[in-house]
Ligand binder design. Structure first.
Ligand SMILES: [Zn+2]
Length: 68
């Protein structure tokens, strides 16, 4: 398998919170739910790997799968 080099520039192309790995994203997710679970209208529910910046973001949208 090809070795994926990490970009030195950590500029997210997305206007979202950026996480280097899924663990960090999930931890933040858990914290959000613990802190703001009842206050926020739209809660992020999952972390996903972003093809644009290679990092992870949180989203409140349900996962889109190819499964019918
Ligand atoms: Zn991104």
């Amino acid at each position: 398998m090809a070795y994926r080099k990490r970009r030195t520039k950590r500029i997210s192309r997305c206007n979202k919170a950026y996480f280097e790995d899924e663990i960090g994203a999930r931890l933040t997710l858990a914290m959000i739910h613990r802190k703001d679970g009842s206050r926020r209208e739209k809660l992020e529910t999952r972390a996903y790997n972003c093809p644009n910046c290679g990092g992870y973001h949180l989203t409140s949208e349900p996962e889109r799968t190819h499964a019918a």
